[in-house]
Design a protein around this ligand. Structure first.
Ligand code: 5AD
Ligand code: FES
Length: 356
C-alpha cells in the first residue's frame, strides 16, 4: 500500500508557491535522514561506449546522429577505471553504454565482469546500464558478477513512451526486461525523464506508482534536456514552461519518491546539474542519497553527450573526485566510503526471504 494516493501526488506535484514546495522538500530530506542517515553513496560512472543501435528520439547518442564520434574504451581502460574506484573506496561502479546486442559485445561485457570479480572482493558492486537484452544475456552477466541493473522506463505511460521512440522500440519489451532482471535476482533500477513533451502531472504521479509496483530498488530520474541533434524538441503541450519550473518539478519528483518509498536508493542525476550548478546537491537535499561521479577516461567524455550542457565533460577523474567530496561536505552530508550501498529496500527483501 502506498502512503500517498495518486490524487495526492498530483496535487503535491502541482504545488506552485515556494513555501509549500520547500516544506515538501524539507519533509522528504528529513525522511531520507531518518531512514538512511546523513550519508551519500558513491557509484563511479564509466560511460564505456557510445555505440548504439537504437534511435530514441531524445538521445544525443542515437544511432542516426552522425555527428557523434563513436568509441569503445579498451578492456584495460575500463579495468583501470574500475580499480581506481575500488581503491578509492567508492564501493560500487556503474558501467553504462549505448545499446548493442551482438555476441562480441555480450562476451566483452562478460569478460570485463569476470576480471573485475577477480580483482575485487565480493563487496564491490557492479551495476550495468546496457539497455534491453535477452533474459539469457542478463543471466550470463549476473553470473559473471553484475549485481545491479539500471533500465529506465523513461515514461511509464505507454503512449508517451511510444511518442519518444521509433516503432520497433517496444514498451512491453522494456517492462518484460525489468521483470527478467528481477527474476534473475538483480537489484533493479529504473526511472524516467521529467518534463517530456505531452507529459502531465498525472503521468508523473503514475511513474512513482509504477516504481513502487515493480518493486524497483533504485531510481535514476532527472529533467529532460533537449538535444539539438535529435528529432524532438519541446512540444506545445508541456507542463513546464521554463527552466525554473522544470527544475522545481524535478526536485518535487525526487521528494515525493522518497516520501512514497522511503527505503529506495535515489540518484542525484547529472542532468540536475545541467540545469543549475548546484542541482545535484539540491537533489540530495530533496531526498536523493546516491551520487554518481563520472570516472570515464577524460578523452572520451565529450562524445557521451546524451543532452546539451552536460556537466563534467571537461574534467578528469581526479578533479571529479575532489569536486564531489566538496559538494557533499558542503551540504553537511558525508560520503559512505567502502560501503557498497545496497538499497535498504533490497537488503530487507532479501533478508526476509532468507529468514522465511
Ligand atoms: N535529457 C535528459 N536525460 C536524457 N537521457 C537520454 N537523453 C536525455 C535527454 N535529452 C537519459 C535517459 C536514459 C539515460 C541514460 O539518460 O533517461 O535512460
Ligand atoms: Fe541508444 Fe536509446 S538511443 S538506447
Amino acid at each position: 500500500m502506498l502512503p500517498t494516493s495518486k490524487d495526492e501526488l498530483v496535487y503535491l506535484l502541482g504545488l506552485k508557491d515556494s513555501q509549500s514546495r520547500n516544506e515538501l522538500i524539507q519533509k522528504a530530506y528529513q525522511q531520507k535522514v531518518n531512514t538512511l542517515g546523513n550519508t551519500v553513496y558513491l557509484r563511479g560512472l564509466i560511460e564505456f561506449s557510445n555505440i548504439c543501435y537504437k534511435d530514441c528520439y531524445y538521445c544525443g547518442i542515437r544511432k542516426s546522429n552522425i555527428k557523434v564520434n563513436r568509441y569503445l574504451m579498451t578492456i584495460d581502460e575500463i579495468l583501470n577505471s574500475a580499480k581506481w574506484a575500488f581503491d578509492k573506496g567508492y564501493g560500487s561502479i556503474v558501467l553504462q553504454c549505448g545499446e548493442r546486442k551482438d555476441k562480441n559485445f555480450i562476451n566483452f561485457i562478460e569478460s570485463i565482469l569476470n576480471s573485475i570479480s577477480i580483482q575485487t572482493s565480493n563487496e564491490f558492486r557492479v551495476t550495468l546500464s546496457c539497455g534491453e537484452q535477452t533474459k539469457e544475456t542478463y543471466k550470463r552477466w549476473f553470473d559473471a558478477g553484475a549485481a545491479r541493473y539500471l533500465l529506465r522506463i523513461e515514461s511509464s505511460n505507454k503512449r508517451i513512451y511510444e511518442s519518444l521512440h521509433p516503432q520497433n522500440h517496444s514498451y512491453n519489451n522494456r517492462v518484460a526486461c525489468l521483470n527478467f532482471l528481477k527474476e534473475i535476482g538483480y537489484q533493479v533500477g529504473t526511472g524516467i525523464m521529467i518534463g517530456l513533451p505531452n507529459q502531465m502531472l498525472e503521468d508523473l504521479a503514475s511513474d512513482i506508482i509504477f516504481f513502487n509496483s515493480i518493486e524497483a530498488d533504485m531510481i535514476g530520474m532527472g529533467p529532460y534536456i533537449p538535444h539539438s541533434d535529435t528529432p524532438i524538441f519541446p512540444a506545445e503541450i508541456q507542463i513546464v514552461r521554463n527552466k525554473i519550473e522544470l527544475y522545481n518539478l524535478s526536485l518535487k519528483m525526487i521528494a515525493l519518491t522518497r516520501i512514497t518509498i522511503p527505503k529506495i536508493n535515489i540518484a542525484a542525476a547529472t542532468a540536475f546539474q545541467a540545469l543549475y550548478p548546484f542541482g545535484r546537491e539540491q537533489a540530495i537535499l530533496s531526498g536523493a542519497n546516491v551520487f554518481m561521479p563520472n570516472i570515464s577516461e577524460a578523452k572520451y567524455r565529450n562524445n557521451y553527450r546524451l543532452y546539451e550542457n552536460k556537466p563534467c565533460v571537461g574534467e578528469n577523474t581526479f578533479e571529479c573526485f575532489e569536486c564531489v567530496e566538496n559538494r557533499i561536505k558542503g551540504i553537511g552530508e558525508s560520503i559512505a566510503y567502502f560501503e557498497n550501498g545496497d538499497s535498504r529496500l533490497f537488503y530487507e527483501r532479501v533478508n526476509k526471504s532468507i529468514s522465511s
